[in-house]
Ligand binder design. Sequence first.
Ligand SMILES: [Fe+2]
Ligand SMILES: [Fe+2]
Length: 451
Amino acid sequence: MDPRKAEDLVRRLATAVRGADLYSPTHPLVQRGLDGLLTATREALQTAASVVVGFIDDEIVVDGVRLPRGTAALVGFARDVRDREIEKVTFTRGLTRDEIRQFITVLGDRQSQVPLADQLTARGVRHIELGKVIVEDVTDDQAGIAAAKRVYATAVETAETLWQAAKAGDQPDPGAARKIIDGLARLVSQDRTSLMALTALKKYDNYTFTHMVNVSALAMAQARTLNIDGPLLREFGFAALMHDIGKVNTPLEVLNKPDKLSREEFEIMKRHVVDGAHILRRTPEMPALAPIVAFEHHLKQDLSGYPEKIGSRKLNLCTMIVSIADVFDALRSTRPYRQGLATDRIRNIMGEQGSPAFNQPLLKRFVNLMGLFPVGNLVRLNTEELAVVTAEHPTDPFRPQVKIVADATGACLEEPMLANTWDRDARGEHPRAVIEAVDPESVGIDPLKYM
Ligand SMILES: [Fe+2]
Ligand SMILES: [Fe+2]
């Protein structure tokens, strides 16, 4: 096969997959991607009964012809495909547009647990085959919450050894850190529910280490919603895990002080961001992101926070994700000086801080990720009324529009009433706020009826 045609085919494949990742199936760009891929494969199939696209490490091979080390986009695509355990894709003569459409849809759906090849068979795709799939050696009894617990517990233990090494002035072992990240990354992709449940345990005694693991897990879960996967996902997890490592230099009486820190003490505390960046920069094999995130994680969107006087800079995406995970986990955990807060309190606190503290679109994604107020959810308001979420506020994820369906006594309203929880009364206060999600079964209300 002509190398230029081979490269063209792979490019079209990458474009089509990317389109399906980013847009809905009916979007014109997705349609165009499909047509482009169809044209290229059909052309190749004119001279051969089948075309095989192989992915070997970062290399792409078409019908035995290795493509020149391509652009970053193609290398990224190759890794993405390999990370999803696809080693080769075979197109055979007779291929239809609909089969390509099904193939792209299956690749675009990153939630499904069913092996990709089985999904294709189920959708009646006969002219596209995924080959040499590396099978995960996870047996049934390793799956589920028990397995997740083991991964989590090991991660916390290993986090402690990393911490102790840094505290002793040694270099934290990147190999050990990598093992934590691999375990958590696998859970984030395969069993996010269990992992999120584990991060919600309000541990008291070993906060330092559970905080490291929780922030890593919460950051990777956020990154996955942005379709970040593979090596970059692990770098995010790594940087998140190590964000507070500079605190090994913070005296314990400051670190664990139950009361508010004095000005001097706060100045000492602030040093952990710079110390962390130093420690991570001199640790071999540490991803470049790690010192950046350690340095930036207490900076807000407007660069207030600390370290101070750093000049103008654009915060790294990973930093913005980590600072959401960091504050969320810190507020949720029980500390010597206070109980862990309930999710709705945290939501209010993080939401009220407004735009400078967090990147708002990311915060909104995080709220959705944690399953807070998606449209169609039944919720309880501070007025004890029950309501169905009917629309999100365009910028404030904490204040959706709702339809009130039951009054404070629990009696269903004959005329459900729309209310915007972002509205303020004459005193500038919010008369209504969402407190918590309610299980519709427990109150016998079908929220979908009100949509
Ligand atoms: Fe910190
Ligand atoms: Fe932290």
